[in-house]
Design a protein around this ligand. Structure first.
Ligand code: UGA
Length: 454
């Protein structure tokens, strides 16, 4: 199959590289000449483990190429994927579809034979209809079919997710388009665990938003349970395990933390709420999730201040991990931003270390001193806060951290370290949703009430 990928962001570049690795002939197109130039030199515009090797081996095999020229890119294509950005529109939270529609128009102006136009970008319900309308207007006789094929890959695990997905969703009622898409994904059918799910186009578009919203709800649910654990002297990791072993619930996405961030959940939940609003169908659970998650990030800053004795004025706080999650350099909506702001508002001096995110973080964070490693960050600080669970923070020499610190305090917002290990290193440890040293062992009000009524 000859495939064209419009857009070389996360989704476009990873999908293009993986499709070429399946054996298809792939051309990736991007308007940004500098990006294309860098890709020609095998310099990846994003940090994604394994991507540079995947790209270079497929370029060498002659299956993957890059261009800024849409006409050359879409010539003779069997399928043209639109994988351009759909940021939140400034002001109203709707997905900004201008890049998608501009790409559709340009494709229509340049196609040379019937093909399937596939939206891979996350687009609101009904976008495929509009793409179809553009095709009918600009290239009425081209014989194009429009399908939706949402992507479910995670940053940092993108190649693995693409090659071993739980499912592939293809939204189109057109039998010919289904056949083309079936061929494109045939290499995955060897993996019996990855069903190809054909649906209507609008259904496919909604599946993507519903999946991300559900995951955001799941995380937010366990985060609130974590808060309750702290109040009642329970342990959220054990609660997660206890509920996650129920197959109907499942163990994934039940790690309590400082709140979800990234380029997807925050943007997609907002866009889904706009769609719901426009259709007079409120999604109250998603509304609550967005609100709870937004306020959680700054609340984590207050948690740190409380752990520092209620006042951080003149104190130095070391932040380990800035990106919204490990294995990415992505800082979009990262909890670290709100946490650092809250600490600085409280008068703290902030020092930070991140393995990959510093370049992206610098323009977003003012008055932060960046360190070369975790130990340098902790030296002479009054507290260390673990914000992102990078692998290199999983085996820290806690004794060395403690020796460098002015106050022996570790606030672990990802529950990376068991309380006993922290204690053994001579540190006071504060986690998320955990039984803290000195936690209440008194009879809880509800239990007391029960006793009184017994
Ligand atoms: C998410 C989805 O997981 C992908 O399936 C989807 O394709 C992608 O959005 C997208 O729409 O493009 P991603 O944003 O890369 O992927 O990252 P996740 O691994 O899902 O993590 C999102 C956030 O949730 C992170 O801030 C992470 O720390 C947080 N999280 C995740 C938790 O706090 N607890 C968990 O148990 C899981």
């Amino acid at each position: 199959m000859r495939i064209t990928m419009i857009g070389t962001g996360y989704v476009g570049l990873v999908s293009g590289a993986c499709f070429s690795d399946f054996g298809h002939e792939v051309v990736c197109v991007d308007k940004d000449a500098r990006k294309i130039e860098l890709l020609h030199q095998n310099v990846m515009p994003i940090y994604e483990p394994g991507l540079a090797d995947l790209v270079s081996s497929n370029v060498r095999a002659g299956r993957l190429s890059f261009t800024t020229d849409v006409a050359a890119g879409v010539k003779d294509a069997d399928a043209v994927f639109i994988a351009v950005g759909t940021p939140s529109r400034r002001g109203d939270g709707h997905a900004d579809l201008s890049y998608v529609f501009a790409a559709a128009r340009e494709i229509a102006e340049n196609i040379t034979k019937p093909c399937v136009i596939v939206t891979k970008s996350t687009v609101p319900v009904g976008t495929g209809d509009e793409v179809e309308r553009i095709m009918a207007e600009v290239a009425p006789n081209a014989g194009v079919m429009v399908a939706s094929n949402p992507e479910f890959l995670r940053e940092g695990a993108a190649i693995e997710d693409f090659k071993r997905p739980d499912r592939v969703v293809v939204g189109t009622d057109d039998p010919e388009a289904r056949q083309v898409m079936g061929e494109i994904y045939r290499p995955l059918s060897l993996n019996k665990a990855a069903p190809l799910l054909f649906t209507g186009r609008r259904t496919a578009e909604l599946i993507k938003y519903a999946a991300n919203a559900f995951l955001a709800v799941k995380i937010t649910f366990i985060n609130e349970i974590a808060d309750l654990c702290e109040q009642v002297g329970a342990d959220v990791q054990e609660v997660s395990r206890g509920i996650g072993l129920d197959n109907r619930i499942g163990p994934k996405f039940l790690h309590a933390g400082p709140g979800y961030g990234g380029s997807c959940f925050p943007k997609d939940t907002l866009a889904l709420l706009k769609t719901a609003d426009d259709n007079d169908t409120p999604l109250r659970i998603v509304e609550a999730t967005v609100q709870v998650n937004d306020s959680r990030k700054r609340a984590m800053g207050r948690k740190v201040i409380k752990a520092c004795g209620g006042d951080v004025r003149g104190k130095t706080v070391a932040i380990l991990g800035l990106t919204f999650k490990p294995n990415t350099d992505d800082m979009r909506d990262a909890p670290s931003i709100a946490i650092i702001q809250a600490l600085q508002d409280g008068g703290a001096k902030v020092r930070a270390y991140d393995p990959e995110g510093v370049e992206q973080a610098k323009p977003m964070l003012q008055n932060v001193e960046f360190s070369a490693n975790p130990y340098e960050a902790a030296a002479d600080a009054d507290a260390v806060v673990l914000v992102t669970e990078w692998d290199e923070f999983r085996a820290l020499d806690l004794k060395r951290i403690k020796e460098g610190l002015k106050q022996p305090l570790l606030i672990d917002l990802r529950n990376v370290y068991p309380a006993e290990e922290v204690e053994r290193a001579g540190l006071r440890g504060i986690g998320i949703g955990r039984i803290e040293p000195g936690a209440r062992t008194d009879v809880l009000p509800e239990a007391k009430h029960g006793l009184e009524n017994a």
